[in-house]
Design a protein around this ligand. Structure first.
Ligand code: MN
Length: 264
C-alpha cells in the first residue's frame, strides 16, 4: 500500500509526525506537507509563483518533503511528481483542531482530501482537538493515528467511489475511552466574526480576524454531537456542490424561459 500524507499545520506539526509514524508499517508512506502553517487556506492552488520542495525529516523510514505551496499543491505535486509509483490512499492530518460543519470549507486539511478525491484517489482528512474554548493538556494523537491506520487498511480493501471523500474527527481521549465510531453529517454552526481593529507603530490601522463559535446544532446525527459524546465522527463528503433540489425547482419554474421573456 502506498500512502500520500499531507496536512495544513506544516511539516513539523506533531499530528503529522504521529500519523507518519503510525502509518509507516502499513506500506510506503510519502509525506508532502507545507513548509509552514497553512491552516484555513482551504483549496487554494499556487498558480502565480514557483512551488519549491525540499527534503524534510518527519519520521524514521518515511520519505518527506517540505513544500512552499498549499495543502492542495502538496497533494497535486505528490501524486504527479514525487511519488515513486501509483498512490493508493491520500491522508491529511492529523489536524491540530477539529474540523466540523462548514469549517471544512476553510480547512486546508479537509480540502487536501478534496484535492485527492478530485484526482480520483481514496482520500480522507483526520482531525483532533478539544472543544472550542477548552484547553486540554494532552491531544491523544495516538488515538487518532490508530484510527487512521485502521481506516487506511479498510480503504485499501474498499476504495471510495468517485467524487466522495471522508472527514474524520477524533475526540481527544485515550483509546480505551472512545465510545465507538459514528457516521455523521456536517452539523450547522453559528459564528460571530471577530475583526479586531488595531493600529500599527506607523499609525496605520490593521485588522486581525478570528472566529467565535456561538453555538452548534444539537441534533444527534451531527459530527459535533458525536465528538462531544466521545465517539469518533466519520462524515462522507462529496466534491459536487450542485444544489440538486434547487436545480430541479428552477427547472420546474422554467427559469430560462422567464429570462428569455424579460423585457418583452
Ligand atoms: Mn490546521
Amino acid at each position: 500500500m502506498r500512502i500520500l500524507l499531507t496536512n495544513d499545520d506544516g511539516v513539523t506539526a506533531p499530528g503529522l509526525v504521529a500519523l507518519a509514524q503510525r502509518l509507516r508499517p502499513l506500506g510506503e508512506v510519502l509525506v508532502v506537507a507545507p513548509e509552514r502553517q497553512q491552516s484555513a487556506t482551504s483549496h487554494s492552488a499556487t498558480l502565480h509563483k514557483p512551488i519549491r520542495v525540499a527534503p524534510a525529516q518527519v519520521a524514521e523510514g518515511v520519505l518527506a518533503y517540505a513544500c512552499s505551496g498549499t495543502p492542495s499543491d502538496c497533494v497535486a505535486l505528490g501524486v504527479a511528481n514525487l511519488s515513486s509509483g501509483p498512490v493508493d490512499i491520500i491522508a491529511a492530518g492529523i489536524n491540530h483542531g477539529r474540523n466540523l460543519g462548514i469549517d471544512v470549507t476553510y480547512s486546508g486539511t479537509a480540502m487536501a482530501a478534496l484535492e485527492g478525491c478530485i484526482k480520483g484517489f481514496s482520500s480522507f482528512a483526520i482531525s483532533a482537538g478539544p472543544s472550542e474554548g477548552k484547553e486540554i493538556p494532552e491531544l491523544h494523537l495516538q488515538t487518532a493515528a490508530d484510527f487512521a491506520a485502521w481506516l487506511c487498511s479498510w480503504l485499501h480493501d474498499h476504495p471510495l467511489p468517485p467524487g466522495v471523500f471522508l472527514n474524520v474527527n477524533v475526540p481527544t481521549l485515550p483509546a480505551d475511552q472512545i465510545r465507538g465510531l459514528r457516521l455523521t453529517r456536517l452539523g450547522r454552526r453559528r459564528y460571530e466574526d471577530v475583526l479586531e481593529r488595531r493600529v500599527d507603530p506607523w499609525g496605520q490601522p490593521y485588522f486581525w480576524r478570528g472566529l467565535l463559535v456561538k453555538g452548534d446544532e444539537q441534533k444527534t446525527d451531527t459530527d459535533e454531537y458525536a465528538l462531544e459524546h466521545g465517539f469518533i465522527s466519520l462524515t462522507p463528503l462529496q466534491s459536487d456542490l450542485t444544489a440538486k433540489d434547487l436545480l430541479a425547482q428552477l427547472e420546474q419554474l422554467d427559469l430560462p424561459a422567464q429570462w428569455a421573456r424579460q423585457g418583452k
